[in-house]
Design a protein around this ligand. Structure first.
Ligand code: UT7
Length: 324
């Protein structure tokens, strides 16, 4: 291993506007009891008029850069995992680049729905390992609340908005047998399953008519199977066992899905970073938001082995193993 991508900073951004389960029960036929028992969600942060995905992404990126203690000019790549860019084009990433005052390097979005952060991380890691770039910001940012039918109780209770970011930097392991950084990433997709979770574009649905459509039970089934197999794949690729993992940092779609993956890994609840109660499913933002929470409160410590995993529309799914 000649070069490894070390995570040198982390940042997150959540909006002030909080919508509770009780708030939603006033507008659709649902209850706090149903939402908590079926999903683990208690509240979500939601954008208000004028707040866009790139605003959230920029705030998270700024915090991650500050945390990393680098000069902004050192950044030569910005990748945003998002399904809700402000514009069809250009990418949310170039808006972040502009707001950071950068003119050099490259910036682009990666669209892999809720797996967007893992996909974006994998792309940036590959470019660092290839020697193409040295310092990257990887952002997961989404405002799925803009794609919800707020009268559809089967979807509107599930999602929230937010952004999280990490800064990656090329490092030479210098013979260290346990170097800190991204050990491996594993990506998968199956386009045949498009119809169980999708959102048509304005071009197809008509301007302002696009909404998320989901066969929840089917998605749940595939999530349990695919996440179990990809975490095993990640462990095997590194010659590691489930007992080697210090923290599971999962995509936060449903607490029951997370519990199932943790059980597969024989991990107790206190080794799983859970933010779903407060954030709901923030799509590509959910893993970096969870990561940031567990770093800032001191749970994740230098040298810890982290397993991240996600699944989303596509279907797409993936995992990343990181030594912190
Ligand atoms: O980020 C990746 C993408 N998303 C996911 O990973 C989500 C995966 N799926 C899930 O998390 C779960 O399937 C849901 C949370 C979406 C649904 O939970 P479920 O236990 O699979 O419920 P269900 O769809 O089987 O519905 C059970 C009942 C239905 O009523 P009937 O047909 O039994 O009378 C639904 O109409 O619950 C009803 N229901 C609700 N009731 C109160 C559905 N949504 C609600 C609601 N409040 N919000």
């Amino acid at each position: 291993m000649n070069i490894i991508s070390k995570v040198i900073g982390c940042g997150a951004y959540l909006l002030e506007n909080v919508v509770t389960n009780e708030d939603l029960a006033k507008q659709v036929d649902t209850s706090d009891e149903w939402i908590v028992s079926r999903t683990g969600i208690r509240q979500r942060h939601i954008v208000q008029d004028g707040e866009m995905t790139s605003d959230l992404a920029y705030q998270a990126a700024k915090r991650a850069v500050k945390d990393a203690g680098i000069e902004q000019q050192d950044i030569d790549l910005i990748v945003v995992g998002t399904t809700t860019p402000d514009d069809t084009f250009p990418a949310a990433a170039v808006k972040v680049q502009s707001r950071l005052g950068l003119t050099g390097g490259a910036a682009f979005d990666v669209q892999a729905a809720c797996s967007g952060f893992i996909y974006a991380l994998s792309v940036a890691d590959s470019m660092i390992r290839a020697g193409q770039i040295k310092t990257a910001i990887v952002i997961g940012a989404d405002t799925l609340s803009k794609l919800l039918n707020w009268q559809d109780r089967t979807t509107c209770v599930l999602f929230g908005d937010g952004a999280g970011a990490v800064v990656l930097q090329a490092q030479s392991p210098n013979g260290d047998p346990a170097p800190k950084g991204i050990l491996s990433t594993h990506l998968h997709s199956d386009g045949n399953l498009r119809n169980i979770l999708y959102c048509e574009s304005d071009l197809v649905a008509g301007v302002g008519s696009r909404v998320i459509r989901m066969d929840g039970r089917e998605v749940f089934k595939h999530a349990v199977t695919n996440l179990a197999s990809v975490v095993i794949e990640a462990l095997e690729a590194n010659g590691l066992r489930d007992t080697d993992i210090d923290w599971l940092v999962p995509h936060q779609a449903n607490k029951r899905i997370i519990d199932s993956t943790a059980k597969k890994l024989k991990m107790s609840d206190d080794k799983v970073v859970l933010t779903i109660a407060n954030h709901a499913n923030t799509s590509a933002a959910s893993i970096p938001l969870a990561l940031d929470a567990a770093i800032k409160d001191g749970r994740i410590q230098p040298g810890n082995l982290l397993l991240m995993e996600a699944m989303g529309g596509g279907l797409t799914w993936g995992a990343a193993l990181v030594r912190w």
